[in-house]
Design a protein around this ligand. Structure first.
Ligand code: IMP
Ligand code: MG
Length: 191
């Protein structure tokens, strides 16, 4: 097989080699428009405040990268590594912090937790408690997606991208068994 054919097949936008490309639920453009609007709203609300975007790894890395660039304010970016035990498509609510912040929070810091998806709400309510105990100026939540039908512990989402039905979604950072994070849109796996 020639180099040209290989190059064609391996174009970055071609996700067809993944067994069953996800069915598109939210297009890359829909997501970008919503992220821009959220960024503008956050920039208005946090003007003159010390804003720390706290990206919850791994699923939020794509959303946080786009959101950070949509907020026209000086801000800090921190990462929190979190692992939730359970089978592949269900959250157990037992959350382990696998990577902590690189710098301590100060009493002037306004924390904005950036989450890919709020499903049962167990991860987020645990993280909120952990962060509030460190006494920052405030802790708020920005989530790309919310599945309200699966709520176990209600959490307030201050900035929300989209509400989705009770389906398992992948892409734009979200994975199924560590795959599909690089798909540029949010989709549903075909069974
Ligand atoms: P929660 O604790 O049930 O709210 O779940 C939070 C975490 O579970 C999210 O941050 C995701 O990492 C993962 N998760 C929940 N639903 C989905 C989904 O539909 N696709 C991919 N990951 C999901
Ligand atoms: Mg997550």
């Amino acid at each position: 097989m020639g180099a040209e054919r290989l190059a064609m097949r391996d174009q970055p936008g071609d996700h067809s080699r993944m067994t069953g490309a996800p069915e598109e639920l939210l297009s890359a453009q829909q997501i970008q428009e919503r992220v821009s609007a959220l960024g503008a709203e956050i920039a208005r609300d946090y003007a003159d405040k010390s804003l720390v975007l706290l990206c919850v790894l791994k699923g939020s890395f794509v959303f946080a990268a786009d959101l950070a660039r949509a907020i026209d304010l000086p801000l800090r970016v921190e990462f929190l590594g979190v692992r939730s035990y359970g089978d592949d498509t269900k959250s157990s609510g037992v959350v382990q912090i696998t990577q902590d912040l690189t710098r301590p929070l100060s009493g002037d810091d306004h924390i904005l937790l950036v989450e890919d998806i709020v499903d049962t709400g167990l991860t987020l309510s645990y993280l909120r408690e952990q962060l509030l105990a460190r006494l920052p100026a405030s802790v708020k939540v920005c989530a790309l997606l919310h599945k309200p039908s699966r709520t176990v512990r209600p959490v307030e989402i201050d900035y929300l991208g989209f509400t989705v039905e009770d389906v398992f979604v992948v892409g734009y950072g979200l994975d199924y068994a560590e795959r599909y994070r690089n798909v540029p849109y949010v989709g549903v796996l075909k069974s």
